[in-house]
Design a protein around this ligand. Structure first.
Ligand code: NAD
Length: 335
């Protein structure tokens, strides 16, 4: 069993704890949060698990092989760096760090010490996103035309990151997973609704050098929670609603054909309206699969993962490009 400590037991940490605790491959030796009141509320059933309020205790324990980091984004880098320098593998919550330079440093340290960095882009482990990728790669789907995502809710306004680093990060990871090509241009327009807080709502546009474009709408000030994505193909279209308890994915046999010469003003548009089908999705919790993936990466350095430090850095580079565009009111930025 791989002995681990989990740092950060706020909103997300307990989900990680539950999944690592129920895995036969890991032993959670410590759960850690500097907030003692919060720690007290967490019930621990395994007698080998201790609660600590100083992460140094985990780092200084030579028995510990890996550390799970679920603290605010601005703390990821320093914590992950200390862990890697102490010879521990790391499982870091998304996004890997608050700059690509820091991501690169972490990647270098991990490489030097033959250690694993796993970045938790949780959606890549959902059945829905995997099914979407599978369908999009089929001939019957046609060419990718667009990705349109709405990810809004009355969110916890963070102090260290803007809404794109909190929510659009998921879409960027999904896009990098579904489309092998790297994006060419990012533009973003966002708004700071409170002077003392980061940007609370934003629209991103990401263009590829084929005919594919992505639009992402993220907002912490929405009265309703929406997690809806449309992936448009030239032959089929997918509607993905992550809040649906079942049937999260619907595949529409709908589309548009421009017939005759595309450049002619007299060309004709033909609308296709066919059947809709609901693919069967496995009901496995994404974090359970992520935990298994982390184990595989630790055991096999050659294992091809979708959650490497490099994958984490690719996403952070897109977020940085979006930030640069946003300060110039949406000016397109090359990536
Ligand atoms: N993968 C997902 O779908 C998903 C969902 C939510 C949050 N997250 C990520 O999880 C991370 C945490 O988010 P959250 O919403 O749980 O935040 P949170 O503020 O609710 O929890 C963070 C906890 O970390 C603790 N902490 C901070 N610094 C510490 C330190 N040095 N030592 C010990 N404890 C420390 C805080 O006391 C707090 O309890 C973020 O990176 C966020 O992006 C991921």
């Amino acid at each position: 069993m791989i002995k681990i400590g989990i740092v950060g037991m706020g909103y997300w940490g307990p989900n990680l704890y539950r999944n690592f605790d129920s895995s036969k491959d890991f032993l959670v030796k410590y759960i850690c949060d500097r907030d003692l009141k919060l720690l007290k509320k967490i019930s621990v059933s395994n007698k080998f698990t201790s609660k600590v309020n100083n992460y140094k205790k985990i780092i200084n324990d030579s028995d510990i092989q890996a550390v799970i980091i679920a603290t605010p984004v601005s703390t990821h880098y320093s914590l992950a760096k200390e862990c890697l320098e102490a010879g521990k593998h790391v499982f870091v919550e998304k996004p890997l760090a608050d700059s690509s330079k820091k991501c690169q440093n972490l990647i270098n340290i991990a490489k030097r010490n033959s250690l694993t960095i796993f970045v938790d882009h949780t959606f890549l482990y959902t059945s829905a996103v995997n099914k979407m990728k599978e369908i999009a790669s089929k001939k019957y789907f046609g060419n990718l035309l667009y990705y349109d995502s709405t990810r809004i809710n009355l969110g916890l306004i963070q102090n260290d990151i803007n809404v794109m680093w909190d929510l659009a990060v998921h879409d960027l990871a999904i896009l990098n997973f579904i489309e092998n090509r790297k994006p060419k241009i990012v533009s973003a327009v966002g708004h700071k609704h409170f002077k003392s807080k980061p940007v609370t709502s934003a629209y991103l546009t990401i263009k590829y050098d084929n005919n594919f474009v992505a639009h992402i709408n993220v907002n912490w000030l929405s009265p309703v929670k929406i997690r809806q994505t449309i992936l448009g193909g030239s032959k089929k279209m997918i509607l993905y609603n992550d809040l649906e308890p079942s049937d999260k994915i619907k595949v529409f046999n709908k589309g548009v054909d421009v017939i005759k010469n595309e450049n002619s003003p007299s060309n004709l548009v033909e609308y296709k309206v066919g059947d809709t089908f609901l693919p069967n999705l496995k009901n496995t919790e994404a974090l359970k699969t992520a935990v298994l993936e982390f184990k595989k990466m630790i055991h096999n350095k050659k294992y091809k993962s979708r959650s490497t430090g490099q994958n984490g850095m690719d996403v952070v580079k897109l977020l940085e490009a979006a930030d640069r565009s946003m300060v110039n009111n949406g000016r397109p930025v090359k990536v």
